[in-house]
Design a protein around this ligand. Sequence first.
Ligand code: NDP
Length: 473
Amino acid sequence: MAARFRPSAPHTSAASSVAAAQAQGQWGRAWEVDWFSLASILFLLLFAPFIVYFFIMACDQYACSLTAPVLDLAAGRVRLSDIWAKTPAVTKEAAQIYALWVSFQVLLYVALPDVCHRFLPGYVGGVQEGAVTPAGVINKYEINGLQAWLITHLLWLANARFLSWFPPTIIFDNWIPLLWCANILGYAVSTFAMIKGYLFPTNARDCKFTGNFFYNYMMGIEFNPRIGKWFDFKLFFNGRPGIVAWTLINLSFAAKQRELHGHVTNSMVLVNVLQAIYVLDFFWNEAWYLKTIDICHDHFGWYLGWGDCVWLPYLYTLQGLYLVYHPVQLAAPHAAGVLLLGLLGYYVFRVANHQKDLFRRTDGRCLIWGRKPKAIACVYTSADGQRHHSKLLASGFWGLARHLNYTGDLLGSLAYCLACGGGHLLPYFYVVYMTVLLTHRCLRDEHRCANKYGGDWARYTAAVPYRLLPGIF
Ligand code: NDP
């Protein structure tokens, strides 16, 4: 049952929202909230911070066992208050590290225009355009994430080798106090984005109001909130403090493993290398990322704001954290298998994404697997009533299934988990989570595409009937 629309916002009335939704073919997140969505949102708003806490606490207090704390609680051997009492609180040191970290990333983002594209062949950086928003706006972005990543990591390595300003284990050593700081920023930025959406949106015509406070808070009101000309919330929070940190967090975990156990295991090296490829791929292709769902279709709310500050850096790095507590040394065939699976997953992920990007950039005037691509022409209407033409690729990886880029991502995710051996469930959370995320994303995206392209989308799904696994799903 859908929640009823109420005139809830100064900028968009219910009637105009519905009219806009019809005109836009329901781009982006929903305009109306059904009870299932509302229940899921309330569940996540209430419990997601505790889920993150549970995983990190399980490593800290129970050597990464997920069942031991539950069994201890069920048997009355400990109380929640005992667990909480043993949890490190926020510290002044952690607050300073975190403030310095975020400020440094803001500085790199807004104050250092990209120079990498001037000397790195094939790299697309500098000022780039995003996709057309539902209101028909094309935003410009300063693409300098690779530069920010390189500077940050060069400084990290310089510190580890020569400067010794701080120990390379600093992130691990402050992991739980930093969790509180990340939560504070995640909630602060989501709340600010909500207030900004009501009071001073960057582009009022790209705002969405459902009339449901919790849904608006979680899924966001503004499409591309900005401060000034260049500080874009979505690109910064999606792509900077969390993702730049991902590889540093793994390096810090490797340093801690060496400090505690005297060596770095091959599983830790595999996790560091495979995830670093994924992160570097993200920055190398940051301009392409402007055309992905996060930037093109999702509004900026708690889902992205808190998710990028807390969920991503804490749960995407669980394998490295686990290996600090369990220094798994893999047999050579196991390690080789993990490496091959990780590289295969990355290959499918990258090539599938590249095929779609090339096809869209050249308007189909390219070769896919050495042949002229199969294209399905389609038409859609933006909020200003303009009709636009587009094309859907139906060959290459996109002819095998409609989301083989997700399948490649899932293979890579499985490889990170398999690197941790079979001792515990905790490192496998990532692949389970990614399967849920990408399956849900696939369904969400297809719903949106069906609304956007109508009969043209139906022709595409008839030509390419499977979503993620050819012949199965
Ligand atoms: P896609 O890159 O698959 O983008 C989907 C969009 O592409 C659709 O909305 C549609 O947009 C367009 N499209 C769909 N089918 C076709 C086609 N056949 N031909 C041309 N265009 C098509 O999805 P995402 O943005 O979600 O993901 C990008 C990558 O990021 C994926 O590889 C995913 O695995 C990864 N990812 C990783 C996450 C993580 O947490 N690690 C989270 C999310 C994504 P349009 O309206 O333009 O037609």
